[in-house]
Design a binder for this molecule. Sequence first.
Ligand SMILES: Nc1ncnc2c1ncn2[C@@H]1O[C@H](COP(=O)(O)OP(=O)(O)OP(=O)(O)O)[C@@H](O)[C@H]1O
Length: 345
Amino acid sequence: MPSDHLSPQPDRRRRAPSATTLTAAPAPIALSGVRRSYGATKAVDGVSLTVPAGQVIALLGPNGAGKSTTIDMLLGLTRPDAGTVSLFGRSPRQACADGLVAAMLQNGGLLPFVTVRTMLDALRGLYPRPLTVAEALRRAGATELAESRTEKLSGGQRQRVRFAVALLPDPALLVLDEPTAAMDVSARQAFWASTRAWAAEGRTVLFATHYLAEADDFADRIVLLRSGRVVADGPTTEVKALVGGRTIRATLPGVDDGGIATLGGLPGVTRAARRGDTIELRCSDSDVALRALLDAAPTVRDLEISGAGLEDAFLALTSDQPTALPTPASPTGADTDAAAKETAR
Ligand SMILES: Nc1ncnc2c1ncn2[C@@H]1O[C@H](COP(=O)(O)OP(=O)(O)OP(=O)(O)O)[C@@H](O)[C@H]1O
């Protein structure tokens, strides 16, 4: 049995609501003041998060930030030491058993020595309202793999089949832990196109990734974890905006280290660097910096000014000495309240 197959004992007497009837139902994900320690390590240290239906949310953070532990608690695979986890108003295990939640985890396997179709057929019987095998394969972009034996699949093909397994219960919430790790560029694009199309029907997706570009391109909202805590939470544009400042890039022929030191001291510039004849100035005020640069180096050319990217935000917000952090945005408001109550306990 694949370890990412998360419907232990489906209850066929219970009619679980379909994805389309869940819009007015309890939130697909509600974490409140969740904590989990391993010995002295606080893997998750008071995370509160409410995710409404239809949202695609990316969980980001450096190694050891607590992403997988958060996902494990979300799926009922690990119990929190404190706080509550609710999926569609139910316990994680019940929500999984009702076919409302499915996951693709990093260590998930496939049944060996059978064809993909046989495996999906066998798994279908475990769910209250499964997709047809053909539909699950189509949505996962894996139709041509139906007759392949599972042990002969390449890494990227396995990922697509695992995606079909996750879609099989027609879950209203899909949880993905680094889902595109083994995929090539075109498989990755197809995966996200299909995930977005699936989410556009009102379903919810939470994914953890180290590919910041994926979060930037596909998530409606980013939650950035550091040392088990949420350090930023909001739409991608807002998370980027938490790191103020712009960067000026330009060509300045013949610039040397002394010249770079001078540029680093210009008004409005916080840091200067060079690569060959290309200079890069991080700015607290790019308008002031640009005027000063043109005065100080009239031969400068090919000027470009850009805002902070997600990578800048990620590095600034997760480094050991983060820049002064604004309070994480809380799209629900309730998150902040819950966190505050938990802290006060
Ligand atoms: N089963 C465990 N036993 C002991 N420590 C653990 C266990 N699981 C996680 N940890 C520790 O908890 C912290 C958070 O780990 P977690 O795997 O949740 O982080 P992550 O953000 O998913 O990291 P990565 O990006 O490397 O996958 C780390 O310090 C990790 O060493």
